[in-house]
Ligand binder design. Structure first.
Ligand SMILES: Cc1ncc(COP(=O)(O)O)c(C=O)c1O
Length: 456
């Protein structure tokens, strides 16, 4: 019989293997308390938790130095860097809030002028403030979906940077957020290239790619990623580019597992290590480190496959919406900022317009009764994230959950209201009319054509 257990080779997950060996040894530690000693108490009942919890509180010679690694942490980080096309990668166990602070500290120098995308996460804003940097904000000038989705245009960014240069000193550092939770992705390589070609003198860029780790594994998204800049670094060798990933948001990692990647000048990696030493807790979490090691191995072997499978599940869901009568009131077409070539949309995020079924937050609550958890609603949309942990069973549960809601809506199909597309404002349903599939198709077409549907 074939075993389902995946055997991990030492070269593939060096960090985990070393931790496992340490945990299996009976080490009498007279340093800080290792959680693995739990089962060996003279008082507490015996229990073996080493296998679930690779925590040894062993450092340096016996394991590796977290801040200036030369052993297994280094080996694992090198494997990760290769995976992301980075010059160097660094493991962080305090979340991307901490990773962002480290990245900014590494790039920052006294009295720097910084331009920050206003949509950046709070960690960027708080940390820049505490460094007493001279901060200007890049405010979004593109607005969609009743004001809820915003983005900046390439023109606005370039103008802002060039104007600062004309005033005297340009921006020493530019900080951008690469991807929103809703799935808008900026094409970072093309943004950087356009800035540099326009004569912007900034050479330090920090890109918060917290939601974008999986983008490196999709053929349709890879080109937008911050480390996909080989040709730009070749043309501008004085560049220093860093990005951060919340590994726990899109890879199989424990919460607070985060990555910093960098590309550019040689000294950059040393600057990151020093900044990490200054900012990070001196007690890094080993189970989180182990999960980062496991994630690099998993993504090397299956990254492209799981990324393309997520897209296949998205297609399966969209096909169901287009073909199942109970889902005929829904639609998934969603395109914003058309014509702005530096903005793309993450194919693993799906916005489902549920306006014809009812209030999006009510539908979210209904779905939770079937154990389907959706975090974000946007106006009339449910935002679905088809991350790599979503499987066919989950998609079927979602389809069935929505069908149940759609069915109950279709059953009570005698309208007690006018339903009016605007413009032109002529009702297509009158009180007392039956809402049949013909009518729902018509409503859907109107919505797809951008008309407002008013029921009154
Ligand atoms: C864009 C962005 N950056 C940084 C963070 C902070 O990440 P963490 O929660 O891992 O500290 C978040 C959190 O959601 C985020 O959305």
């Amino acid at each position: 019989m074939q075993s389902n257990v995946i055997k991990l080779n030492r070269e593939e997950t060096p960090l985990i293997n070393s931790l496992r060996t340490i945990c299996q040894k009976k080490i009498y530690s007279f340093h800080a308390l290792p959680i693995s000693s739990f089962g060996h108490s003279d008082i507490l009942p015996s229990r073996k938790i080493e296998d679930d919890c690779l925590e040894a509180t062993i450092t340096d010679e016996a394991f590796d130095n977290f801040f200036f690694p030369k052993g297994v942490i280094k080996e694992s980080q090198v494997l990760t860097a290769k995976l992301y096309n980075a010059d160097h990668s660094f493991y962080i166990t305090g979340g991307t809030s901490v990773a962002n602070q480290i990245a900014i500290t590494a790039l920052y120098d006294d009295k720097y002028n910084i331009l920050i995308d206003k949509n950046c996460h709070q960690s960027v804003h708080f940390h820049s403030q505490s460094l007493r940097a001279n901060v200007d904000y890049l405010c979004p000038d593109l607005v969609a979906e009743d004001g809820q989705l915003k983005a900046w245009s390439i023109d606005k960014l370039t103008r802002k940077a060039l104007t600062k240069q004309l005033e005297g000193a340009g921006y020493d550092l530019i900080i951008l957020s690469a991807q929103s939770y809703e799935g808008l992705i900026y094409d970072i390589p093309s943004v950087l290239l356009k800035l540099l070609q326009a004569g912007v003198s900034t050479r330090k860029f920090f890109i918060d790619e917290a939601w974008g780790s999986l983008n490196y594994f999709g053929e349709d998204t890879k080109t937008y990623t911050a480390m996909n800049i080989d040709n730009i670094v070749e043309a501008y060798p004085d560049l220093e580019v860093m990005c951060t990933h919340s590994a726990h948001k899109s890879l199989f990692c424990l919460r607070q597992a985060s990555l910093i990647h960098c590309k550019g000048k040689d000294l950059l990696s040393h600057k990151i290590e020093v900044a990490k030493f200054r900012v990070h807790t001196t007690s890094p979490n080993y189970p989180i480190l182990a999960s980062l090691d496991l994630a690099q191995n998993c993504m090397r072997k299956y990254g492209n496959e799981v990324a393309s499978y997520s897209r296949a599940l998205v297609n399966m869901f969209k096909e169901a919406v287009n073909s199942e009568p109970e889902l005929s009131l829904l639609h998934t077409e969603f395109e914003v900022f058309r014509g702005h070539q530096h903005i793309a949309y993450d194919p693993t995020k799906v916005m489902v317009n549920v306006r014809s079924l009812g209030d999006a937050s009510e539908i979210k609550k209904e779905l939770l009764k079937d154990n389907i958890f959706i975090k974000r609603t946007l106006n009339n949309h449910l935002l679905l994230n088809f991350h790599i942990g979503v499987n066919k069973e989950a998609v079927n549960a979602l389809i069935n959950g929505l069908k149940t809601i759609g069915n109950s809506n279709l059953k009570n199909c005698i309208s007690n209201k006018f339903i009016i597309p605007y413009p032109p404002g002529v009702p297509i349903v009158f009180p007392g009319d039956e809402i049949n599939s013909n009518i729902t198709r018509k409503i859907r077409q109107c919505e797809e054509n951008g008309l407002l549907i008013i029921s009154a």
